[in-house]
Design a protein around this ligand. Structure first.
Ligand code: AHG
Ligand code: MN
Ligand code: MN
Length: 343
């Protein structure tokens, strides 16, 4: 829960004037006398990268940045030019700051070391530079997902093991949603806070302090039903219940950040289950599941692989996948109940 002092500060600030993300971060930092300011800088650098990516995403239809980069990423997925661009923007916003020990990205097979000419720092940044990129050409909302860990290894620069930490060790996590407006939503373990970009002044302004999944939640499930025949019998029974006697509605954008943002604001249950083609599902643990799990749980929800908290899973490799159920706690528990019955 958010310290009473912070809640009071926020309340006061909100009554008087707009709060930029920089102001918010500085005020939050004051609550931690031991803070060095590196975390504040880091989130500010992510906000800068978000503004640059937002500018390109919002004019993607106007310049020759649409369409594929005629290349494939580590998953064999065709890389859209904006994926490659966004990847470079995040790396360049962070690599020279002296706050980062190493990075890892959906778009890079190996970890991304800090160049020798730059000083390294204490934080590990893991990110999906552009999530939902198959939606770029049809102007559907896409996003950036980020996860911060502290370096654990002894050396001055980060190594692979520093990236393979379980989600409960994240010091912060969040996403940027490039939608009808561009929003940055993050948590550092003291609640979830949302900022909306005002492009006319180039500032992220506090628009959603203390985001909490609403109770009672809206009864909406979100899953790609095209894969119904691939699912386990338990998964099939669960979705049949939800759309039958459970009385749920259905919403699926096919862009993880947008689907989760809706789930945060309205409640519901997002699922990307294992199936008989992808036994670990599709979404990646390090830079999709774990950061979003921290955000959802900090907003009062739950995040599971169907059997245990996503935040407990110790990664074995950078790009490993995991089945994923997240949203309103009661709905995630309902899903876990069905899966526990077995097939
Ligand atoms: P990315 O574009 O980073 O590869 O992620 C795409 C993901 C995620 O955004 C979404 O939830 C999922 O792909 C949709 O997959 P399906 O098309 O199989 O439903
Ligand atoms: Mn993704
Ligand atoms: Mn991506």
């Amino acid at each position: 829960m958010t310290p009473p002092a912070l809640r009071e500060t926020l309340g006061a600030m909100l009554q008087s004037h707009v709060v930029t993300i920089s102001r918010f971060l500085v005020d939050q930092q004051r609550l931690h006398p031991e803070a060095t300011g590196a975390f504040t800088d880091l989130l500010g650098d992510i906000a800068l990268a978000a503004k640059v990516i937002s500018r390109e995403v919002n004019k993607a239809g106007l310049v020759d940045i649409l369409g594929s980069a005629d290349d494939e990423n580590v998953h064999g997925e065709e890389q859209q030019k904006l994926d490659v661009f966004a990847n470079q923007v995040v790396i360049r916003a962070l690599d020279h700051t002296g706050n980062v020990a190493c990075m890892a990205s959906e778009e890079s097979e190996e970890i991304i070391p800090i160049p020798a000419k730059f000083e390294a720092g204490e934080y590990v940044v893991i990110f999906d530079p552009l999530d939902g990129s198959s939606n770029i050409d049809v102007n559907v909302s896409i996003g950036t997902i980020f996860s911060f860990h502290r370096k654990q290894s002894e050396g001055e620069r980060g190594v692979l093991e520093d990236c393979l930490q379980p989600g409960y060790r994240q010091v912060a996590a969040g996403y940027v949603l490039y939608g009808s407006s561009t929003m940055l939503v993050y948590t550092s373990g003291a609640g979830v806070h949302g900022f909306t970009l005002d492009p006319s002044i180039g500032e992220f302004l506090l628009s959603h302090p203390h985001m909490r999944i609403p109770e009672p939640p809206s009864k909406v499930y979100s899953i790609n039903e095209a894969y119904y025949r691939r699912w386990s019998p338990a998964q099939q029974r669960l979705v049949s219940y939800l759309k039958g006697e459970g009385g749920f509605g259905s919403r699926y954008i096919g862009s993880f950040v947008a689907d989760i943002h809706r789930t945060l604001l309205q409640g519901g249950l997002f699922m990307y289950p294992a199936d008989n083609v992808n036994p670990k599902g599709k979404l990646r643990l390090l830079y999709e599941a774990a950061p979003m799990a921290m955000v959802v749980e900090q907003a009062g929800g739950k995040a599971s692989d169907g059997y245990r908290s996503l935040l407990e899973i110790v990664p074995g490799s950078l790009h490993e996948r995991t089945p994923l159920y997240m949203g309103s706690a009661e709905f995630v528990e309902l899903a876990e109940g069905y899966l526990a019955e077995g097939d």
